[in-house]
Design a protein around this ligand. Sequence first.
Ligand code: NAP
Length: 260
Amino acid sequence: MDLGIKGRKAIVCASSKGLGRGCAIKLAEAGVDLTLNARSAGPLEETAQYIRDTFGVNVQTVAVDITTEEGRNKVLAACPDADILVNNAGGPPPGVWSDWGQAEWQAAIQSNMLTPILLATAILPGMISRKWGRIVNITSGSVKSPIAQLGLSNAARAGLTGFVAGTARQVAKDGVVMNNLLPGQHDTDRIGALMGNRAKTENITLDEARARAQAALPTGKFGDPLDFGATCAFMCSEHASFMIGQNVLLDGGAFNSTMG
Ligand code: NAP
């Protein structure tokens, strides 16, 4: 399917690896020029070069921490007229409620709530004036169904979800489409780290932790970041124009419910 976005410009945050990388690859496949971001320059440039070589689109990189004001400004300066924004950042550490004080809460809210809100706030005026824009926020299945040890994520991402629910409906008439994409368990470094944590807690091997987690999914396996990216690219496409303020869950059926 032609997604109708060839030649558009996208900022994809936190995209050297994992889900962000999957989104960047699938946008490039649709002909979108990219501004990619991550903190470490090496893996970021590797991903950028792979995408240039494979898809022939323009790719620039901005190696900064996207959760800082300076980092946000550098990314926005590199691509001031983005048509597409994919918001993403690292997830907060696991723990229990008693582990988290003010500093931990502020860090989680900064990464997973304020950063995407402030990036959207900076980019929306240009999208509105050009009467076209797409914003996809990578959040988490934990917004729908809490993951107890990821309380920081459950709460911060719920705040972002509330912002998107209202704002998406305010900007829709100006051609701006804003939605959230909720990953369940996908095979990335992040899931590797969480499986490591599970192995330690349950005193089992890493392979056993991965096997148990995958066996608990209706699909029997973790999700593929490229499939995740393909859904993101559709949500950034011309065809997504009537999809407003939605929370699209990609979790292999883990959320057990008769209706969404
Ligand atoms: P990942 O494989 O660990 O990749 C994270 C990517 O983000 C890397 O490119 C990393 O590069 C970059 N990054 C992290 N912090 C950053 C920052 N402050 N500024 C800029 N770039 C940053 O993680 P993932 O699995 O793709 O997860 C992406 C998001 O989805 C996370 O918020 C995660 O919690 C959430 N999520 C993932 C899953 C899953 O199953 N994978 C499930 C639910 C939610 P650098 O380290 O070089 O910065």
